[in-house]
Design a protein around this ligand. Structure first.
Ligand code: NAI
Length: 288
């Protein structure tokens, strides 16, 4: 299948990631069906996308016409069968639970045409943990977008041992056509590339803080003013949620048994106090 044969895209899961993945595809003229088991989530997705796109029209990033054409390309449904029956690629962005994803892939495998690629946007689960739930493992890969999808340009495409070259080629080509920049990971690895780099930076920042080498503001300044990062690691942890950083480390520790991967005391204290970052008004910084 050549990539220009991709016309229809199904995005499964209409939350934070799925809704915006659907939007970036529709903006490029693909016919997109956004599916979710929750009607409430679908309604929220539509409303939130309308808000995001309205703001972009006001800023002159898109014309009214471009946006209304994109919405004409989108359908919202709670029927999985309806979503995948004519699709050329499925991008899954549902809850981060392996058993739920495996059940979904098995069902999609049954309902989607034989040529359809099934990609997962999971941030942690490599596709080889899912592929054997289907009878088309050569068409399964990771396609990992970054939050917020409307803004972040990178997509990590990960080739599992089961993934065919053709699947990778088509997925990379689609990534480019929706104005994203793909990087190809030729092997599966926990955390992929960007989040592995980020994890190391955050851990080092916490090490420097815990050892009283420098304070939160100073460490962030070192990153913004010397390394030219747009935001320092502590400000970023506040933005993403300190609980997210904590659970990612907990999961790494549980999977590997490696004590060095355990979340450090600072993460534990912050989570226990409910100081999770911007969303709670306090994390490493205080927000009004
Ligand atoms: P979310 O919680 O915002 O949305 C998940 C959606 O999936 C919900 O609307 C839920 O109703 C729906 N859902 C659950 N089970 C379903 C099923 N069986 N069929 C259809 N819909 C179902 O989650 P979010 O943050 O969008 O994450 C989705 C995926 O994207 C996860 O795998 C996550 O690891 C990954 N991801 C998340 C990022 C983030 O910053 N939030 C970044 C990159 C990847």
């Amino acid at each position: 299948m050549k990539n220009d044969k991709i016309k229809n895209i199904a995005v499964i899961g209409s939350g934070t990631m799925g809704s915006q993945i659907a939007m970036v595809c529709a903006l490029e003229g693909y016919q997109v069906t956004l599916q979710d088991i929750s009607e409430e989530s679908l309604a929220k997705a539509k409303q939130s996308l309308e808000g995001h796109m309205q703001r972009r029209v006001e800023k002159g990033k898109f014309s009214e016409d471009q946006v209304s054409k994109a919405f004409e390309c989108m359908r919202f449904t709670s029927s999985l069968e309806e979503a995948v029956k004519d699709t050329d690629i499925v991008i899954e962005a549902i809850v981060e639970k392996l058993d739920v994803k495996r059940a979904l892939f098995a069902e999609v495998d049954r309902l989607a045409p034989a040529h359809t690629i099934l990609a997962t946007n999971s941030s942690r689960i490599v596709s080889s943990k899912i592929a054997d739930a289907t009878k088309r493992s050569e068409k399964i890969c990771n396609m990992h977008f970054f939050n917020p999808v409307l803004v972040m340009e990178l997509v990590e495409v990960v080739q599992g041992p089961h993934t065919s070259e053709e699947t990778i080629q088509v997925t990379i080509e689609l990534t480019k056509r929706i104005n994203k920049i793909p990087i190809l990971l030729k092997k599966e690895i926990n955390g992929f590339v960007a989040n592995r780099l980020l994890g190391k930076l955050m851990d080092e920042a916490v090490y420097l803080l815990e050892n009283e080498i420098a304070n939160v503001e100073e460490i962030d300044l070192a990153c913004t003013k010397a390394l030219n990062h747009p935001i320092g690691p502590f400000a970023l942890m506040d933005l993403v949620g300190i609980d997210v950083a904590y659970y990612a480390r907990m999961q790494n520790f549980q999977e590997t048994g490696d004590e060095s991967m355990k979340p450090s005391k600072i993460f534990v204290d912050k989570v226990e106090k409910g100081e999770l970052g911007r969303k709670t008004g306090k994390g490493f910084y205080t927000y009004s």
